[in-house]
Design a protein around this ligand. Structure first.
Ligand code: PRX
Length: 639
């Protein structure tokens, strides 16, 4: 490993400046944090903006860096700690054991016909086999595409069609709050709905729900694991720019985008973030409460901590079950040094007895990182005072793979400010731009948070299978400038701290889960009684935001009595549950005679949202039928 310039001698501002002014020198140094099978010839190829290719010609492998690499020094140290408060299981895999399981899984995947570059869709609960599957794909150069276990058949079908996986790996069921959540039925329905069919399905049977096998297509993991128990599968060395995974995320359209990531750039970015931002050391334990179905789970449950030689906790369960001390009990038991969660989890804990925060010894914790949604000041203060450990907000996206804004205590002990995720991280040439003129804004001026390309290593390479969509979606919204839009509003204070002020598009954030309102609208509109609908995100004290649906029925008589309206509301929610998953279910479905629209027919979602939140909806001169807005006020009780 080569020396990496950091810490003591440098301030964050210097470190950041160098990362932009001497991009190649900076990232060449960071690249020394990982193992390369073949050194790269060129740090950056930016000959086709905005496409950036990092570490050209270099050969490496994510699984090697996460697992094999630690065998010589840490073989018998913990690597993966599985804790399920749902099934009362707790199991630790050392690096040597994790290696064996990943190799077995790799052999199984290969035996089912998967070769380098093939897609493997992973639809799994938080069980060790999910981690084995991701790492096994990385090992053999197969491209994994993890679909969050809370998503249902239509969400699955659209992802299956986009990724056309050769293999799907799944399990009989997940469990949430003590209730079994069967997966197989949804999976079979998703496959039936999709036009692209996987050749094989590999099922892990946890014995939680009945498993009906489709002969010739479905395979049993336990049986194949026995068959490949002693298998050897060497690492496949991949060129840095080959694809490691795709992960679907929501945007303005109903069709999710496959965020595509490389191998070398991602490994370097994660290794650098583990050192400079998360400050995790080999032999320590990292605990991230996210799910492998989200980007936080990819980067900071699986790859980041393991690349850093840390043990990582894979937790299946809620933060308040069996009691509100469970997270801290795990911190104490496994001497967790770095923890990562979401503001919603903290707000859930905040409703419980605060003494849970001090019943366990959490002094091992260097910091608790929170991300995924705005961290409101009361929540930040509560957890910071209650826990007595540094709370570090960090802002980023599925697209970037690692933090854009935070503080980097591995570089400098920059103080934090309530309400601000911090400052631009090294590698990101961050600007606040005027949404209409593209002009760069100064301190205390609200603008779109944008990144001047090239995007740093670890960020998305493109949209899977659609370079045009990548450019059109992300690089074409700010006039006169080639700049990546985060689609977030932001403001910077005079000292350089940024504040995130909400999305510029129709994406909503429910309990840290990013959802597209358009997808929910499409699902609701598929109900035979529905003529039209609009879904908006409304502020919620617990979940940050919740979805509210306003629906126009084909026959308004169907919801004329409170009983029929309630039954229909339940019916529509059940459609969303079945198609997208309970995670996307609106908190309420209201029935109205018409949606507030402009004269040209554009639904005024922001106006509806303002009314729902009791805010002034602003200029209403463009509204076609003011009585429609009055009705929104009426049904939501905001009159
Ligand atoms: O709107 C921002 C919000 O979540 C979006 C990205 O969500 P996702 O792709 O799921 O990635 C989450 C990775 C942590 C952002 O565009 N967001 C994320 N973190 C924060 C945030 N908003 C405010 N503060 C944050 N710390």
């Amino acid at each position: 490993m080569t020396a990496v310039a950091n810490s003591s001698s440098s301030t964050l501002a210097d470190f950041h400046r160098r990362s932009i002014e001497d991009r190649e020198g900076f990232w060449r140094e960071q690249a020394g944090l990982i193992d390369w099978h073949r050194p790269f010839d060129q740090v950056l190829d930016y000959s086709k903006p905005p496409f950036a290719r990092w570490f050209l010609g270099g050969e490496t492998n994510l699984c090697h860096n996460a697992v094999d690499r630690h065998l010589s020094t840490q073989a018998n140290q913990p690597a993966l700690i599985f804790v399920s408060t749902e099934t009362d299981q707790e199991r630790t895999y050392t690096f040597a054991q994790l290696h064996r399981e990943v190799v077995r899984m790799a052999a199984i995947i290969q035996s089912l016909g998967v070769v380098r570059g093939d897609r493997v869709l992973i639809y799994m609960p938080m069980i060790p086999e999910a981690a084995f599957a991701m790492l096994a794909c990385a090992r053999i150069g197969a491209i994994h595409s993890v679909v969050f276990g809370g998503f249902a058949s239509h969400s699955l079908a659209s992802r299956i069609d986009d990724a056309s996986p050769k293999l799907i790996i799944s399990a009989d069921a997940g469990s949430r709050g003590g209730k079994v959540v069967p997966y197989k039925g949804l999976l079979d329905e998703g496959i039936a709905l999709a036009s692209s069919k996987p050749a094989a399905v590999l099922m892990v049977n946890r014995g939680l729900a009945p498993l009906e096998r489709v002969p010739g297509r479905d395979h049993d993991y336990a049986a194949l694991r026995e068959r490949f128990f002693e298998a050897e599968v060497p690492v496949t060395w991949l060129e840095s720019n080959e694809v490691s995974y795709t992960l679907y995320t929501s945007g303005t359209t109903g069709r999710p985008k496959g965020v595509q990531r490389d191998v070398g750039g991602y490994a370097v970015a994660l290794a650098a973030s583990m050192r400079h931002i998360f400050c995790g050391n080999p032999g320590e334990t990292y605990f991230c409460t996210s799910d492998i179905g989200w980007v936080v789970g990819h980067s900071y449950i699986i790859y980041g901590p393991l690349i850093a030689g840390m043990a990582t906790i894979l937790y299946e369960g809620l933060p308040i079950r069996p009691d509100a001390g469970i997270l801290w009990r795990l911190v104490e038991k496994y001497r967790v040094t770095v923890m990562f969660s979401a503001p919603t989890a903290v707000r859930v804990l905040k409703k419980q007895d605060p003494s849970w925060l001090t019943r366990y010894d959490t002094r091992s914790l260097r910091a608790l990182f929170l991300a995924g949604e705005p961290l409101d000041e009361p929540t930040a203060r509560w957890i910071s005072e209650g826990l007595g450990r540094p709370i570090l907000d960090n802002y980023w996206q599925t697209e970037t793979g690692w933090p854009i804004l935070t503080v980097a205590h591995g570089i400098e002990k920059t103080p934090t400010r309530f309400g601000s995720p911090g400052m631009p991280m090294y590698g990101y040439d961050l600007k606040l731009l005027h949404e209409q003129t593209g002009e760069e804004l100064g301190a205390n001026e609200k603008g779109v948070v944008a990144i001047v390309p090239p995007l740093p290593p670890g960020c998305m390479q493109t949209v899977w299978g659609d370079d045009v969509r990548f450019v059109n979606t992300y690089f074409s919204s700010i006039p006169g400038k080639l700049a990546y839009s985060t689609f977030d509003w932001g403001i910077r204070d005079a000292d350089g701290y940024y504040f995130i002020l909400g999305r510029t598009d129709d994406v909503i954030n429910v309990a840290g889960h990013r959802l597209g309102t358009r997808e929910i609208e499409e699902s609701i509109s598929s109900h035979p009684a529905v003529a039209e609908c609009a879904v908006v995100g409304v502020a919620d004290t617990l979940k940050g935001q919740v979805a509210m649906a306003f629906t126009v029925l084909k026959d308004s008589g169907m919801a004329s009595s409170p009983e029929s309206a309630m039954a229909l509301e339940g019916d529509i929610m059940a459609v969303v549950d079945r198609q997208l998953g309970a995670v996307a279910r609106p908190a309420r479905v209201f029935f109205v005679n018409g949606l507030p629209k402009t004269r040209s027919g554009k639904v005024l979602r922001r106006t509806i949202q303002a009314v729902c939140e009791g805010r002034d909806p602003g200029d209403l001169t463009t509204i076609d039928d003011p009585s429609a807005l009055e009705q929104v006020r009426g049904v939501t009780g905001k009159r």
